[in-house]
Design a protein around this ligand. Structure first.
Ligand SMILES: C[S@@+](CC[C@H](N)C(=O)[O-])C[C@H]1O[C@@H](n2cnc3c(N)ncnc32)[C@H](O)[C@@H]1O
Length: 212
């Protein structure tokens, strides 16, 4: 008698798959956390309150390119696509190949591009789509647990790609990211969202308008 493939799978893997199916997108996120706890940095996606507050200051009429670092299972992606111009582009970048595969499978929108890579390479990544700057960059990266040197490199790379008048939008459990933003942004606004697990800090790093 031949055994089916699923019967061959180790018990733990089958249990994980079952849990993932039961929990849907949250299961994909939770499994991602179990595999890479330090890189993912959170067990539950951001709340709708965090999404609304973080995106509130965005000038959507003047947004041609919106970039997101660390989209996970895409908690922010649909809300961004709902507001983005019809000729706009959303590029999301994540180091976790499982999340990127999930996003490519579930988000069917010609304005949307999911890239497997590091936020530190944002200039090269947006360049491969024909852009030399972004209007806004959003980050859900766990800055306080990233490997040494990665946070400052991402702050610098982001400072170089955001256009004058644009902004770097960051939500975090700690204020560590502010240190990485401060050298490259002219003004940093700060907020707080209680209705999130855990409650989080919000930062908007603005580049001054080009006066020339
Ligand atoms: C806390 S999760 C963010 C989840 C999602 N944005 C949300 O709001 O629910 C952090 C994400 O950052 C990704 N990540 C970690 N380091 C990264 C890096 N250097 N570049 C891009 N993504 C990274 C992880 O794989 C994970 O998907």
């Amino acid at each position: 008698m031949s055994l089916s493939k699923s019967a061959d799978a180790p018990l733990l893997q089958r249990a994980k798959n079952k849990l993932r199916r039961m929990l849907g997108p949250w299961g994909v996120f939770f499994t991602g956390f179990l595999k890479h706890p330090v890189m993912v940095g959170s067990v539950i996606p951001s709340s709708r309150f965090t999404i609304a507050k973080m995106l509130a200051p965005v000038d959507w009429d003047n947004t041609k390119l919106f970039v997101e670092y660390g989209p996970g299972i895409g908690t922010f992606c649909q809300p961004v696509l709902d507001k983005l111009r019809r000729d706009g582009t959303l590029i999301v970048i994540d180091t976790n190949p499982d999340f990127i595969a999930y996003l490519r499978r579930t988000i069917k929108d010609s304005r949307f591009h999911a890239v497997h890579g590091s936020a530190a390479d944002v200039a090269e990544i947006i360049g491969s789509f024909g852009f030399d700057h972004a209007d806004y960059v959003l980050s859900g990266l766990p800055f306080s647990t990233l490997p040494d040197g990665v946070g400052p490199a991402i702050g610098k790379a982001t400072g170089e790609v955001v256009r004058p008048g644009g902004a770097f939008l960051v939500y975090q459990f700690s204020a560590k990211c502010r240190d990485y933003m401060a050298p490259y942004f002219d003004r940093i606004d700060q907020g707080f969202e209680f209705w999130n697990i855990l409650p989080c800090k919000l930062f908007w790093g603005w580049k001054a308008e080009d006066k020339s």
